[in-house]
Design a protein around this ligand. Sequence first.
Ligand code: OAD
Length: 233
Amino acid sequence: MGANIFVLCGAGISQESGISTFRDQSGLWENHSIEDVASPEGFMRNPELVHQFYNLRRRQLKSVIPNKAHYALANFQKIFSGKFLLVTQNVDDLHERAGSCNVLHMHGQLRQALCTSCKFQIYYEEDLSLSTECEKYKKKGSMRPDIVWFGEVPYFLDECDEFLQTTDLFISIGTSGSVYPAAGFIQMLNPKARSIELNLCRTEISSFFSETRFGKASEIVPKTLNEVIEGYK
Ligand code: OAD
């Protein structure tokens, strides 16, 4: 059981919980322009619009719950005795609510706000606006959603890079592999490492994986993790 396992998740794992993905039909980027709602320039141009976009998504978290894939990962983390790193590109908190610990949110979190002036980060469940005050800086107008926008550097890249060097098994769940640097993790593995892609369908990076399994996350994630744990017994 001395193996090192890296799991990378994307929007597909939360789709069955009712959270829209980004690039599928009727995904979030169908109806919104990335430049407007997911870039620092968009926030400077129209902060009200950006706050409204993320406020709606933050409110939605109150009405969704984790699905079997989130629970399977949380359970796996409890019983696996090797090293396990769970990295998500998702900004929801469904992994934590399913019981996972130490989840690295490389694209930030909806339930976290960031002060653009003093970089203070705070857990935040309610709506953000231009009149939200930074608790540390004691000024209004500087709080933004703690989401990594296009053109910004994702969080935890050093931790990911370091773990990837010793990863024995890399599992990618429900990500289209179209946003870097996460999409490039598969190419940073040791050539002897095993890699499994779990998705509804093939992605732009499927050919880099040693195995690909298609199906809904709620079905293929528990099944695959059971096989993995059996294999290490
Ligand atoms: P995408 O919307 O690009 O891709 C979602 C993937 O999930 C697709 O490959 C789908 O086939 C798959 N999928 C959908 N439903 C599924 C299900 N029930 N079971 C299994 N797979 C399913 O989302 P991401 O790859 O996460 O970044 O996008 C990466 C980043 O792009 C996001 O973190 C976000 C976005 O722009 C930022 O906002 C910074």
